[in-house]
Design a protein around this ligand. Structure first.
Ligand SMILES: [Fe+2]
Ligand SMILES: [Fe+2]
Length: 283
């Protein structure tokens, strides 16, 4: 549906509250190289970009929650930029994952919002009437994540400053156990309890979005909804048996669309990035 300039309730709602598309774990490799020798992550991202373009409403922001590239290399970030070019008119917000390199990322995307002075990729930006607060959970050269006292103190102060605004927190490593042991072992291993206490103190936080697990997973965390996005490429195999070996699959990938009601309540939709027929009218 195209915006016809008339103030239907749907259109009016969207202009008040932002629509945020979340992509995650794009894992872009050097041109011509496949991740794990099998996964063409560039083609998968092209499909994800097409899925963003075919949304009936233009999103107000695209957030990519880490593992943007596979090895933190400049060539990979250059290809990522090229692949995202078709949606460059939508404000883009990036954060690093364990496969990224903070400095190379910063150099490749200089227009990203200013980070913490100490170099962590943490920032807070207004999106219409709400606030996006980005956290950096990366521990260089480690798969697991951490939030040190400095990063957590910044979050506490930042949330205090935007206490009147519905807020969405974005980070790479999810702060909760998914019951996929192999991923939980490389999850947020430091700072999760303090993070939960901080979120509990700031009821304007409407949601926490993350990646890393390559599956769509949800739980409650600190009284707010915590959501993990699927990867735009390969997924982690679903096996909740204790100690199950970690594996990946080519289950259909997806992206998430986060919308906000006029009351500031977060509503999340999962969208396939595969092509499909329709929509067809019900009549
Ligand atoms: Fe990943
Ligand atoms: Fe990751």
């Amino acid at each position: 549906m195209e915006y016809d300039g008339k103030c239907s309730p749907t259109i009016r709602t969207r202009t008040i509250m932002p629509l945020i598309v979340q992509l995650s774990d794009t894992h872009i490799s050097r041109p011509g190289q496949l991740a794990y020798d099998r996964v063409d992550t560039s083609t998968f991202l092209r499909q994800a970009v097409t899925a963003v373009q075919r949304l009936p409403q233009r999103p107000d922001a695209v957030v990519i929650t880490g593992d943007l590239v596979d090895h933190g290399q400049a060539e990979e970030y250059a290809l990522l930029q090229e692949l995202l070019a078709p949606i460059r008119d939508i404000p883009l917000f990036l954060l690093p994952g364990n496969h990224d390199n903070r400095d190379t990322l910063r150099h490749a995307f200089p227009a990203q919002p200013a980070w913490m002075a100490s170099g962590y990729a943490q920032y807070s930006v207004p999106l219409g009437p709400m606030q996006l607060v980005v956290l950096d959970t990366v521990v260089p050269r480690r798969d697991q994540g951490a939030l040190c006292p400095e990063r957590l103190a910044w979050l506490d102060e930042t949330l205090h400053q935007c206490r009147e605004r519905p807020t969405l927190i974005a980070m790479h490593h999810p702060p909760f156990r998914t019951l996929i042991d192999g991923m939980d072992d490389i999850g947020l291993l430091e700072g999760a309890e303090v993070l939960e206490a901080i979120i509990q103190r700031h009821p304007q936080v409407q949601g926490l979005i993350s990646g890393h697990v390559h599956r769509h997973v949800q739980t409650l965390f600190g009284g707010t909804r915590a959501v993990i996005a699927p990867s735009t490429a390969h997924q982690v195999a679903l096996d909740l048996s204790p100690g199950a070996p970690l594996a990946w699959t080519l289950e259909p990938p997806g992206i998430l669309l986060h919308a906000f009601t006029p009351q500031g309540r977060l509503v999340t939709h999962q969208i396939t990035t595969l092509s499909f027929a329709g929509p067809f009218p019900f009549q």
